[in-house]
Design a protein around this ligand. Structure first.
Ligand code: GAL
Length: 956
């Protein structure tokens, strides 16, 4: 197909089917970007005990410097049948119980330094590569593995990535078995921490298999920048092409911009390109789009750039880049402008975990969280303190949210600058990103000359990779010295003790904003401090003299046009950092929204001043039985001119709202109805009603989306509450609920937003692996030995097994061997399903458990080696396995024979999901299991009427 026709074909497919270009059959055969998230095996290893770490690194020549010698669980031959089956993304930290010995900054899960047995995770995946792929360039890309990952393919060591936040990609073309199976093995180690907040554990982001031509656009190899002049946008499109072939190749490049309907808006072809082996070239063109639809917060319009490589009349590579046309500008006196329009930054900081699922967030959860933030008028998101998963940035692009993308660690070594570069290259086409942050609160350097030098170098370096974004650094001290003297956009972390006016006077050309502010600590729905229970009121209150309250913070920023705006610490609560408490608090109190996404009252303060919607919000709840006649502090958040409060229809007075303020009354408690009515220009504009409720009477379930995709990935987010018999939600309810599910869905996590809850996030099948002990052996005449296999046979005089070399001489001398060993079953083994995954230690073997034959004449390699062990066969404590075998012999002198009999897997069924309500709410996250149909989630609780909700999982 000629290139022009091909392009037409491409655009047609895109326009008519709505499929992404990458899904079109033509393109799929050019470049494949395949998700390999499903069907992995997982097991915990050990931080230092090799016998519990699957003997990796112990075999002959299993050195990292010997290619193809990855041993133990890194070897392609390793038997992982006993391991758990999982799909990615996966976070093994969230699966662990809580422990006071865990790291409190990380949410006190039982992982990390004090838990070597839970701090190393192994992942393995077997995947097929067709013979027809030979000649392609094939790589695996990990969007993020926490942390210190080592990856092998088919036993070949590929590399180590220390950071849990970097994407990394390894070329595996040469290592693959074409026309057969291949094995990826990954070892992650969370013994050390990177941040001071929950970080998860394992392959918590997506993994991809990429297949391209040897001549191809490199990963993250396009760069689109836009300049808008009146009604025309100049789109500068750069593509970096590599020739990884062993011969010189000649080709043409076509760059085409399409709109969201697939219509081509501009195209340019560069012909006559030639690259020598392993050479690389940047192709840069300016494409003009007339009357461009701009990307904005209200209409986040996205374009696509399609870059194709054509050789001898055929398309050999194609690359789709999503981008937006928009302009950004900072002004030192007036703040930030998007498309020439002033936008006050109303931002939040966020980490990357959510209730129930930890760091392993399904993509749909990113959308849910960004929508929730937008709901309170948040227009900017700071990825504190690391580059986020790409799907978070996609959600920000799609939904209209500005972003500060943050580098993990300040520093100027080549490793550190390279990390910064990788972040920028990966993310620079996202229109949502307006700023690269080079670092956060580096107390050791931020106020001194070292900090100034490092920041200046990093800033210049970042601009050399992308000059279109503004460089910021978040600093907590040293204003007037160090980083604050050199950084383009000064990021203030907390201004209560800082004089921003003075800095602005001294550096009148410096842009500035609040990278952290409003660091309040509050429990959702709690209105009386309970220091014993670690619960803090949800009234807006400053933490201490180093911090402003939310309102004080916003007033500071709102009243100073030179400050571009502020980012609240934080949007969502997160695991870890339970300031001001320690154990048994395990989650933060900083959020405007709890860890599930349920708004705290502060959310409505912000919604009042951050949106144009009429807001009237009353706090607290009105269930104060026993406090009749006592004064209760009542607050109203509103953007109305005046708010009048009524208790049981009696006016308690109308008050005038101050800009960016709130109103409050002291109200003597009597049960009934509290109502706030907001007036704009004297006319009723909105109201809020809070009623005293009765006892919880019934469960109520609601879902964010009634229909989800039947794709094994999509989720439904269910809100659980308890209502009284008048259908009023009981804001103080703490009932525990149990959940069951039928249909093509599964529960993947539960939460309730309580920072002190030590309830499980997940209820999973538990898999324990039981190793069989060291064998003793006795030589016998044939496979019919009977006495020696009895459970109570005395083998004390037998020799340790495998002492004699298994050579031909051994084979002539020994006809058969009885091997005996013990294994220990735990007390509760009867509640588990036991399976022996055996491996042959003989050419032919019979297997006996406690004297009973379970496998007869099993031949090496015949596949029949998985045995369910009936509970009656086993008992707690010591058990015996006896194997009568004809000898396995070495193929040559350096070969070794298998001495591993396999292992016993104990699979304990998952307990039923349950969760308590916290201040009247809990959350259940349900995920599609891949098939279409109706999912029914049922919730029951003693004494309450049960409830069920249906969710449709559909193909589209
Ligand atoms: C800041 C820090 C944040 C968080 C916050 C809690 O110093 O940058 O990551 O720790 O304090 O108050």
């Amino acid at each position: 197909m000629k290139p022009s026709y091909f392009l037409y074909f491409l655009i047609l497919i895109f326009a008519t089917t709505g499929k992404t270009i990458a899904q079109s059959p033509e393109i799929a055969s050019k470049r494949e970007h395949l998700s390999i998230d499903n069907d992995w095996r997982f097991a915990l290893g050990h931080a230092y005990d090799v016998s519990k770490d699957f003997y990796n690194g112990t075999g002959g020549f299993s050195y990292l410097a010997k290619t193809g010698y990855g041993d133990g669980a890194a070897s392609a031959e390793f038997d992982d049948r006993g391991w758990r089956k999982i799909d990615l993304p996966h976070d093994w930290a969230v699966e662990q119980p809580f422990s006071p010995k865990g790291s409190f900054s990380h949410g006190s899960k039982a992982i990390g330094r004090n838990f070597p047995e839970a701090s190393v995770g192994w992942y393995r995946k077997t995947f097929a590569i067709p013979a027809s792929d030979l000649g392609k360039r094939i790589s695996i890309a990990f969007d993020g593995v926490f942390r210190n990952s080592i990856v092998w393919v088919n036993g070949h060591y590929l590399g180590t990535e220390p950071s849990g936040y970097n994407r990394f990609e390894y070329n595996i073309s040469e290592y693959l078995n074409y026309g057969g199976n291949n094995v990826i093995a990954v070892r992650a180690d969370v013994t050390m921490e990177e941040g001071w907040f929950y970080e998860g554990a394992g392959i918590y982001r997506h993994v991809w298999l990429n297949k391209t031509n040897q001549v191809h656009i490199v990963p993250d190899g396009t760069f689109v920048t836009t300049a808008v002049k009146s009604n025309v946008a100049d789109v500068t499109a750069t593509a970096t092409i590599n020739n990884d072939d062993k011969k010189t190749r000649s080709f043409n490049i076509t760059q085409t911009i399409i709109d969201d309907s697939g219509k081509a808006l501009a195209t340019k072809t560069t012909t006559g390109l030639t690259l020598k082996p392993f050479a690389s070239q940047d192709i840069k063109n300016i494409l003009t789009v007339s009357n461009p639809k701009l990307w904005s917060l209200e209409t986040p319009y996205l374009h696509k750039l399609i870059t194709t490589v054509e050789e001898n009349g055929s398309i050999i590579d194609s690359y789709v880049t999503t981008f937006g046309i928009r302009t950004i500008r900072f002004d030192a006196n007036e703040g930030f402008f998007l498309n020439g329009k002033h936008v006050k930054i109303q931002g939040t900081n966020n980490h990357q975990d959510h209730a129930g699922v930890g760091a392993a967030m399904p993509d749909a959860l990113q959308d849910f969280r960004i929508r929730t933030l937008k709901g309170m008028g948040c227009n900017a998101y700071r990825c504190s303190h690391n580059p986020p998963t790409p799907e978070l940035l996609d959600a920000c692009d799609r939904l209209g949210m500005l972003v500060i993308d943050e580098n993990r660690l300040m520093g100027v070594t080549s490793t550190q600058l390279n990390d910064l570069k990788r972040m920028i290259l990966r993310d620079r086409n996202h229109p949502s990103i307006i700023s690269w942050s080079i670092g956060n609160e580096e107390w050791g350097i931020e106020g001194n000359i070292t900090g100034a030098r490092i920041a200046a170098t990093m800033q210049a370096f970042a601009k050399s990779v992308d000059s279109t974004r503004y460089i910021t650094a978040a600093i907590s001290g040293g204003i007037g010295s160090g980083i604050s003297t050199v950084i383009d956009v000064l990021g203030y972390n907390y201004v209560a003790t800082k004089n921003t006016d003075e800095q602005h006077k001294k550096y009148p050309n410096q842009f500035s904003w609040g990278t952290e502010e409003g660091s309040t600590v509050a429990s959702r729905g709690i209105y009386e401090d309970d220091m014993d229970k670690h619960q803090l009121v949800a009234y807006d209150r400053k933490q201490n003299d180093f911090f402003y309250s939310l309102e004080q913070g916003w007033k500071h920023y709102a009243s100073r046009p030179y400050l571009a705006g502020m980012f609240i610490w934080t949007g969502f609560d997160y695991r870890g950092e339970p300031t001001p408490f320690g154990w048994p608090s395990v989650g933060s109190y900083f959020g405007m929204i709890d860890a599930c996404g349920f708004p705290k009252d502060d959310y409505y303060y912000l919604k009042s001043w951050w949106t144009n919607q009429t807001v009237v919000h009353l706090l607290p709840h009105w269930n104060w039985q026993g406090k009749e006649g006592q004064e209760i502090r009542v607050c109203a958040y509103s953007n109305c001119d005046e708010v009048e409060l009524f208790l049981n229809r009696k006016s308690l007075g109308k008050k005038t709202m101050e800009l960016n303020g709130h109103l409050e009354w002291q109200v003597k408690y009597e049960p009934g109805t509290l109502e706030a009515i907001g007036y704009k220009k004297g006319i009723k504009a909105g109201n809020d009603i809070v009623k005293t409720t009765l006892m919880p009477n019934q469960v109520k379930l609601t879902v964010d989306r009634k229909a989800i995709k039947a794709d094994k990935k999509d989720i439904a987010i269910i809100t659980v509450q308890a209502d009284d018999k008048n259908a009023l939600r009981v804001p103080t309810a703490q009932n525990e609920l149990s959940f069951s599910i039928t249909g093509p869905g599964k529960i993947i996590g539960v939460g309730n937003g309580d920072p002190t809850s030590l309830e499980a996030d997940q209820y999973l099948e538990r898999i324990d692996l039981i190793n069989i002990g060291a064998f003793k052996e006795k030589f016998v005449d044939d496979l019919n030995a009977k006495a020696e296999v009895a459970a109570d046979y005395n083998d004390s005089s037998w020799q340790n097994a495998f002492k004699d070399t298994r050579d031909d001489e051994f084979g002539r001398r020994v006809k058969a061997i009885v091997y005996r060993a013990g294994f220990t079953m735990p007390a509760d083994a009867a509640t588990a399903t036991a399976t022996l995954f055996s491996k042959n230690i003989g050419k032919v073997q019979n297997i006996y458990i406690n004297g009973k034959e379970i496998g007869h004449e099993i031949k090496a390699g015949d596949g029949n080696t998985e045995f369910k062990l009936d509970a009656s066969l086993l008992h707690p404590g010591n058990n015996t396995v006896a194997i009568v075998a004809t000898p396995l012999l070495k193929a040559n002198i350096w070969a070794s024979v298998n001495t591993d009999p396999g292992l016993i897997q104990l699979a304990y069924p998952a307990a039923q999901y349950k969760r308590k309500l916290f201040s009247g709410y809990a959350q259940v996250i349900v995920q599609s299991t891949g098939q279409p149909g109706t999912i029914v989630l049922k919730a029951i609780s003693p004494g309450l009427k049960q409830s069920a909700i249906e969710i449709t999982a559909a193909d589209k």
